[in-house]
Design a protein around this ligand. Structure first.
Ligand code: SF4
Length: 221
């Protein structure tokens, strides 16, 4: 779908919303391809289209789209929840205090360089006030992430925090504290959930659990 077609479709959807419609069942004509398969295959082209995305309400309040970054052939991928204030300001993933925590984990525990891994979020625009992204926002944005995952094809994915874990697996009832450190399957990759760096800033005593989880990641690399 071209940018103009997307803009027209979005305008029509906003008109329906103004009329009171809240939900449309996804329409898939017989023989149509999955939405994600219609996205650009190359990460550079994908980024180009995501940078001008207005598919959900977060586009109205964001300053910058935070696409994600790193080695496109990385064995290890980190997936967080959503950009925060610093990321929204800079347009870069995991900067600010939580970014420092994640970089320390990568460099001091895993003994890797930050540019050797790939880092992205479940949604690419900041939810106002750092609230948790809604299901509608995640549904709109997740195909971009899954295209990144498919292209990078990591052998290990670390889900940072409960929002990331829930939306990657669909296991919405499982608490992150009960599942962190487990080695799960996600497509071709092993998925290891752990606490989000922001959680560690508020709960420094949980660093030891994340340290254990990262030792497990290290042993699988
Ligand atoms: S959060 Fe994702 S779907 Fe929503 S506007 Fe941003 S890039 Fe588009």
């Amino acid at each position: 779908m071209t940018q103009i077609e997307k803009a027209r479709l979005l305008k029509i959807l906003y008109q329906y919303r103004a009329m009171g419609f809240e939900y449309f069942k996804e329409y898939k004509p017989v023989g149509s391809k999955d939405t994600s398969s219609m996205l650009p295959k190359e990460i550079g082209q994908l980024k180009e289209s995501v940078m001008s995305c207005h598919l959900c309400n977060l586009s109205k309040t964001r300053k910058n789209v935070v696409f994600g970054e790193g080695d496109e052939n990385a064995k290890l991928m980190f997936i967080g929840e959503a950009p925060g204030a610093s990321e929204d300001e800079d347009g870069k993933v995991f900067v600010g205090r939580s970014g420092t925590v994640l970089t320390n984990i990568i460099e001091n525990v895993l003994r890797l360089k930050r540019e050797d891994v790939y880092i992205a979020n479940i949604v690419k625009c900041r939810p106002p006030g750092n609230r948790v992204p809604t299901m509608e926002e995640v549904s709109a944005c997740k195909p971009y992430l899954m295209q990144q995952v498919e292209k990078v094809n990591p052998s290990i994915i670390v889900a940072l925090g409960s929002t990331s874990f829930h939306h990657l697996t669909g296991e919405y009832e499982t608490e992150i504290s009960k599942i962190r450190g487990e080695v799960l399957e996600l497509g071709n990759a092993k998925l290891i959930p752990t606490y989000h760096p922001n959680f560690l800033l508020r709960n420094p005593s949980s660093k030891k659990e994340v340290f254990q989880d990262m030792l497990k990641v290290k042993s699988l690399l």
